[in-house]
Design a protein around this ligand. Structure first.
Ligand code: PLP
Length: 447
């Protein structure tokens, strides 16, 4: 423990001296050293074990340090660490096959990227060149990544400082019955009115001007709003009506997170492009990509696709994807995510809502869940305003960590997003910690 403590302290000091962090005011952060991890847990430098109910950034779908994936990366490193994308490579080819076999419909070709943002970036470029149109539709309450196009697709406040007004992105409201923009009283009304809103927006903006609609199949960081029945099928119809490319962003929702390989399977729709990253290899080596339909692939059969990356289909990353997908299949990890969600995590969170008046809504699928914390169930006033935090939320997050749980939090929400491999006992441990810290939220009810 003494060695670990010294290692952690040195990591922290060097971090503070030299590491520049994402999305942060650099002097206002306090990054905790994490020195080891296994399965659903991580360990810090002071001997604390934390249950990873965030799967880091909702990417460690097979859990930390899976031995078979580690071995596959080690074997690939010994064999061939890297090769340029213009050559054929066994790890890349096999990863593409395994992904194409699992995507719905005729999405049979895969373009590999380094992560999710550049997958969306290239998907939009593909749609623009395929349709020879420029504008793109994306919903409010969404996250699509941190690069220029991806952050402009994003429908949350992280876009604001990066929006120079020329991205060609038009935002719309998606279905979210709990905070309905459409004064809907039930799911059917929400679906119908959200689709009518999208259709009208397209007609008012010029139907021939849109290259693509990009939608997270289940918006993740933005709040886990599971689409109302019929909505995604309606979006598919609208895309077909106006010749618009339907891009499903499954960077967070894909690869087992919702209890299916891809979340669109819950809704029986086949998009034209699916973007993925995170769960494809649980982030053991950075990887993302686009699964491409035959029609869009055909556009670039005799016309060059104007895009590429030095590390497209990197052998270490794709070998990790091959091992991850095989492990998920062999160990029935997608099935575990589905069962845990419907039998343990979902009912457990709903049980918390019965006891804690601060919970306004519980929603999710598989191991992708969120609870909305409110100070008044009737008015739905959130415990932190849209786009920011609050002392109460900060206190809850700190109490989770002190209690041994790494939560994912966004604005007034706590997300329960453990690895897809999480066990029933681990979920019960996490629920018990949440149960104890939610008293803090309850104390603000009516304030
Ligand atoms: N799309 C979605 C839905 C995401 O959740 C994320 C990351 O959280 C991204 C895109 C961006 O992925 P990356 O951070 O790998 O660029």
């Amino acid at each position: 423990l003494e060695d670990a403590r010294a290692e952690g302290e040195r990591a922290y000091e060097l971090d503070r001296a030299h590491v520049f962090h994402s999305w942060s005011a650099q002097s206002q952060i306090d990054p905790r050293p994490i020195l080891a991890s296994e399965g659903s847990y991580v360990w810090d430098g002071t001997g604390n074990r934390l249950l990873d109910f965030a799967s880091q950034l909702v990417n460690i779908n097979i859990g930390h340090q899976h031995p078979k994936v580690i071995a596959a990366i080690q074997d690939q490193a010994a064999k061939l660490c890297t090769i340029a994308p213009q050559y054929a490579n066994d790890a890349r080819s096999e990863a593409a096959r395994l992904i194409a076999e699992r995507t719905p419909g005729d999405l049979n070709k895969v373009f590999f990227t380094n992560g999710g943002a550049d997958a969306n970036e290239h998907a939009i470029r593909m749609a623009r060149h395929h349709t020879r149109r420029y504008k793109v539709l994306s919903r409010y309450r969404s996250y699509h990544g941190g690069t220029d196009t991806a952050i402009n697709l994003t429908g949350d406040p992280r876009r604001w400082p990066n929006d120079y007004g020329n991205s060609g992105v038009v935002h719309f409201h998606g279905p979210f019955l709990y905070r309905s923009q459409f004064h809907a009283e039930n799911e059917q009304q929400e679906t119908e009115r959200a689709l009518a809103h999208l259709d009208q927006l397209i007609r008012f903006e010029g139907p021939d001007s849109f290259a693509a609609i990009i939608l997270e199949s289940v918006p993740g960081t933005a709040g886990v709003m599971v689409p109302t029945p019929g909505y995604l099928a309606g979006v598919r119809e609208i895309c077909d009506r106006y010749g618009i490319v339907y891009i499903a962003d499954e960077v967070m929702a894909g690869f087992g997170r919702t209890g299916k390989w891809f979340a669109v399977e819950h809704f029986n729709v086949v998009p034209d492009l699916i973007t993925f990253a995170k769960g494809v290899n649980s982030g053991y080596v950075p990887l993302g990509g686009i699964a491409i339909s035959e029609k869009i692939a055909a556009t670039f059969a005799n016309r060059p696709f104007p895009g590429g990356l030095t590390y497209s289909g990197h052998p270490l990353a794709t070998a990790a994807a091959v091992a991850t997908i095989n492990v998920m299949e062999d160990e029935r990890i997608v099935e575990n995510a589905a069962r845990i969600g419907s039998e343990i995590l979902g009912p457990g969170l709903r049980g918390l809502a019965d006891r804690h008046p601060s919970i306004g809504e519980v929603r999710g699928l598989g191991v992708l869940w969120a609870i909305e914390l409110v100070i008044d169930r009737a008015t739905k006033e959130p415990l932190a305003p849209y786009g920011s935090s609050s002392p109460a939320m900060n206190e809850i997050i700190a109490a989770c960590k002190a209690g041994g749980l790494l939560p994912m939090a966004n604005f007034n929400r706590i997300h329960a997003v453990p690895p897809c491999t999480v066990t029933e006992a681990e979920v019960r441990e996490g629920l018990a910690i949440l149960d104890s810290v939610l008293d803090i939220a309850d104390s603000h009810v009516g304030s």
